[in-house]
Design a protein around this ligand. Structure first.
Ligand SMILES: [Zn+2]
Length: 121
């Protein structure tokens, strides 16, 4: 299981925040449920040393490779089919897990993009 650390939005100075177009595209936030999204970003205060972040949390990759997925890989089905099926089985990439935490206002798009920039989706 892969894991990365991202900084958490400071609880004291975290403000509602609208992601930039670049962030929306990078994390595919346009597919996220708009109503329940609560993006937050810290403005910086004495609690967080003016960084806007306080503390860290992990984002995780959850992979489920079961017999069915193994068979699909063996049969060389397209990446799209494989990905769809893996998602149905509960697989999540680092970036997807990070995006959930962004939508919940726990961390920022910036942090997740930075933490997962090396991953090929
Ligand atoms: Zn703060």
């Amino acid at each position: 299981m892969a894991q990365r650390l991202v900084r958490k939005v400071c609880k004291r100075c975290g403000q509602p925040y609208q992601p930039t177009e670049h962030e929306v595209k990078s994390l595919r936030l346009d597919g996220a449920p708009g109503d329940s999204a609560s993006y937050r970003k810290g403005r910086g205060c004495t609690d967080c040393n003016k960084t806007g972040y306080r503390g860290r949390m992990g984002i995780f990759e959850i992979s489920v490779i079961d017999d069915e997925v193994r068979k699909l890989i063996y049969e060389k089905v397209s990446a799209t089919v494989l990905r769809t099926r893996a998602r149905e089985l509960g697989m999540r990439t680092l970036r997807e897990d990070g995006t959930r935490k962004v939508v919940a206002g726990l961390t920022t798009p910036d942090e997740v993009i930075r933490a997962t920039v090396m991953d090929i989706d």
